[in-house]
Design a protein around this ligand. Structure first.
Ligand SMILES: Nc1nc2c(ncn2[C@@H]2O[C@H](COP(=O)(O)OP(=O)(O)OP(=O)(O)O)[C@@H](O)[C@H]2O)c(=O)[nH]1
Ligand SMILES: [Mg+2]
Length: 335
């Protein structure tokens, strides 16, 4: 199961109590106080790792506690610190405080971590309270409590390129052709139910990451079909490739407009994203030439219009190169 949003409750460990104790040994009368400090409680940490790509484990396990610090002992023994709890989440996870909505951390890199709650300090033992006025203190501190936080974790996959379009236009077939991703492909709408990521390698170590998301239909912004919730996984992409089916019997231009409407309703920023138009499944269409001409006329120099067939391979390597160019341009502009 693919889960991209969960609410969990976490707590750091409580500090261990300090100890009250007096040295008692043969031949030593009234040895001084020797109660050690309690150990600090464990921290609560969230860490991004590639070992997982969904939040499903946290969906089933909603409470997470770091270990409490251990009590101090006699003979000035400090208690053991509590073990910190490290929650492993996929790269791309955003950590919010569920009560305030505040974004606490955006874990976009492998091994990046964030300390949500610091462990409580261990209490001081009675040895620390000894003074010239009180040589036999019977007092020690309790440990500080841990901190409890309600978190909302939201996964937004990180990809350079988002493949968007109506259902059944060949998005998954394309990602399977250009990367090692192997999503389910079938001749019916809504085959893809969860986003897929694939790495596309060019030559000389150049590569980029593509996200294939479930298809969109008119009304998706109001929840039609699978809705638009998966669009959050293309929110952080830098380039969109919009597949328009040449063999669906529908008008590619009308499809384009319908999907753009849903994109805008979800997040108007997506409309500004550089976009390549890929007229897809051209091998199965008689009208591909006319459709291509109409699209080129409509977009002029604003968008590159390309024709592809993920089945025969026509146009696919050109598309990959065009994507790379656009990514480079985007990088240059950023720099
Ligand atoms: N003839 C032809 N068929 C294609 C091509 N690309 C995909 N198909 C077929 O079109 C159907 C849909 O392909 P998918 O890749 O599953 O389409 P999708 O856009 O991922 O669909 P959803 O996941 O439902 O949104 C499958 O039967 C594919 O074999 C193509 O270039 N030419
Ligand atoms: Mg698909």
């Amino acid at each position: 199961m693919f889960i991209d949003e969960v609410e969990i409750t976490v707590r750091s460990g409580k500090g261990g109590p300090g100890c009250v104790s007096f040295l008692r040994e043969k031949f030593i009368v009234k040895g001084g106080p020797d109660g050690g400090d309690g150990g600090d409680g464990g921290h609560l940490i969230v860490k991004a790792d590639t070992s997982t790509n969904t939040l499903v484990d946290l969906h089933y396990e909603r409470y997470h506690f770091a270990e409490n610090g251990h009590a101090g002992g006699s003979k000035n023994c400090t208690g053991r610190r509590g073990q910190s709890k490290v929650l492993v989440v996929p790269v791309g996870t955003q950590v919010f405080n569920a009560d305030t909505g505040e974004l606490l951390a955006d874990l976009t890199e492998v091994d990046q971590d964030f300390q949500v709650a610091k462990g409580g300090r261990g209490g001081q033992g009675n040895a620390k309270f000894s003074s010239s006025r009180n040589r036999a203190p019977r007092k020690a501190q309790p440990g500080e409590p841990g901190t409890e936080v309600k978190l909302r974790l939201e996964l937004k996959l990180l990809a350079d390129v988002g493949l968007i379009g109506m259902p059944n236009v060949g998005k998954s077939t394309l990602i399977a052709r250009i990367s090692k991703a192997r999503p389910k492909i079938a001749d019916y709408p809504f085959t893809t139910l969860i986003p897929n990521l694939g790495v596309v390698s060019l030559d000389m170590g150049r590569s980029f990451v593509v996200a294939d998301v479930p298809g969109l239909i008119p009304g998706a912004a109001q929840g039609a079909g699978l809705g638009v919730q998966f669009l959050k996984h293309v929110e952080r992409t830098r380039v969109l490739v919009h597949l328009l089916d040449a063999a669906s019997g529908r008008s590619p231009l009308e499809d384009w407009e319908a999907i753009r409407h849903e994109l805008g309703a979800f997040n108007p920023e997506l409309l500004e994203r550089p976009e390549i138009i890929a007229l897809s499944r051209v091998d199965a269409s008689e009208d591909a030439d006319a459709m291509e001409a109409a699209l080129k006329k409509k977009f002029g120099r604003k968008r590159k219009v390309m024709r592809i067939s993920a089945v025969t391979g026509e146009g696919v390597s050109d598309l990959v190169r065009a994507i790379w160019k656009l990514l480079e341009k985007d990088r240059d502009q950023e720099a």
